[in-house]
Design a binder for this molecule. Structure first.
Ligand SMILES: *Cc1c(COP(=O)(O)O)cnc(C)c1O
Length: 409
């Protein structure tokens, strides 16, 4: 239980004033880069050369901010959780990404990327999806912007995520079931990359997390950084200081966590806690705890930790939460873990379920299973009563009711 506390002393000792944001070559330390087939070199380079200019332009910022406000419903509240604070002996705030349109943080990214795609003159959008959440967020913005949308999804996932498939179709997207490999997320990703190789001129590939070749991890982190920008302002007005003592978020690929920590990552007084999916336990093999178990490899065009076997073949991850069972991890987060800037905890299925019930009963908020992993980190930490803790509730639990009901408490 006290393990977290001692770990942080070690973090402080090792900390030096390096930056944890991307460098000019697209790397975070030895993580990141762009390991892509020759045929994509031109479109990835084009994106690398234009994304910052677009993101920083007055015209983009205006349109993006307007859509976040009027379409997504931002700013999302920073909500003081009174009863949960009492339980854990700190001042705990919840950043309510569950209140966004489509029920999670993913829309912050898809809105931004479709605006970039339009400015680059692309007419066709492709995406990959595992649980279907990123597919729905992409199909949503394609409907809004009247763009063609093709979503690749493993056949296994198509079968187990029926409602999200129907939502994507209703929104006008074409869902392509992928039958290679295990017919899950990594196979859908390979297929999306193959499509992009065939249509490099007119197609834009919207990646759903801080993964993929440079510039995607940095671009997605910047688009999600609206989360920490709002936390700063909200903490200042609610607590009189803009820095929390702790930031806590779950990590699948890492986008909600990147958004939560973005403006604080180079400030060593803010402790960063990342919760990855332990599944049935990291010693069982039924897990998605990439930081705990992954080895350096290449996945999705980036150099990072990957759950792989001795031959370097990517292993199928497992988590009760479909949004967290990615066999890789964003290069930024791999670097934060390697440099001990972040404390990474594996939260198991049963701990996440317990945490979801606790939030529901104490605060009247049913969280997404992914977000429940962030909540499951709380009992593993020890706080001082004056500590200000901000935890991101990345999404709402409606989609997970089947899982919540299926497990007996
Ligand atoms: C997809 C998803 C996640 C995991 O993705 P990140 O890129 O790590 O944020 C977390 N929470 C919710 C609700 C999701 O839909």
């Amino acid at each position: 239980m006290r393990q977290g506390f001692f770990h942080f002393i070690e973090i402080q000792d090792q900390y030096n004033m390096e930056s944890f944001l991307v460098n000019n070559d697209g790397y975070y330390g030895e993580f990141g880069g762009a390991y892509i087939p020759e045929i994509l070199h031109k479109c990835v380079t084009e994106l690398q050369q234009t994304y910052l200019t677009i993101l920083q332009s007055e015209e983009f910022r205006h349109e993006y901010e307007q859509l976040l406000r009027d379409y997504v419903g931002r700013p999302t509240p920073l909500c003081f959780a009174r009863r949960l604070s009492e339980r854990y002996g700190c001042r705990l705030y919840l950043k309510r990404e569950d209140l966004n349109h489509t029920g999670a943080h993913k829309i912050n990214n898809t809105i931004g990327q479709i605006l970039i795609a339009r400015r680059m003159g692309k007419r066709r959008i492709i995406a990959e999806t595992g649980a279907g959440q990123h597919g729905v967020a992409t199909a949503t913005v394609c409907a809004l912007m009247n763009m063609e949308c093709v979503v690749y999804m493993g056949k296994t996932d198509v079968e187990r995520q029926h409602i999200n498939v129907e939502k994507m179709k209703m929104l006008g997207a074409t869902v392509v079931p992928v039958t290679s490999g295990n017919m899950t997320l990594k196979d859908a990703t390979n297929e999306a990359i193959r499509d992009w190789c065939c249509h490099p001129a007119d197609t834009y590939y919207i990646i759903g997390s801080t993964v993929g070749p440079h510039p995607y991890p940095d671009m997605v982190a910047r688009l999600q950084s609206v989360i920490s920008e709002e936390i700063r302002k909200q903490l200042l007005s609610q607590e009189g200081r803009d820095c929390p003592d702790y930031l806590i978020a779950c990590v699948g690929g890492g986008s909600n966590a990147a958004g939560t920590i973005y403006h604080y990552v180079d400030n060593p007084s803010v402790q960063i806690v990342l919760a990855e999916a332990g599944g049935k336990g990291i010693e069982t093999g039924m897990t998605a705890a990439t930081i705990a178990l992954g080895k350096m490899g290449i996945i999705h065009g980036a150099r990072t930790y990957v759950i792989q076997n001795e031959d370097g073949q990517i292993e199928e991850p497992y988590s009760i939460s479909a949004g967290l069972d990615y066999p890789g991890i964003g290069p930024m987060h791999a670097y934060l873990a390697a440099r001990k800037r972040a404390l990474v905890l594996a939260v198991n299925d049963d701990e996440a379920i317990r945490a979801a019930y606790e939030l529901t009963r104490l605060e009247g908020i049913i969280p997404a299973l992914e977000s429940a992993h962030a909540l499951g980190a709380l009992p593993k930490l020890s706080f001082k009563p004056t500590d200000i803790v901000v935890l991101t509730v990345s999404g709402r639990g409606d989609k997970d009711m089947g899982t919540y009901l299926g497990i007996d408490h």
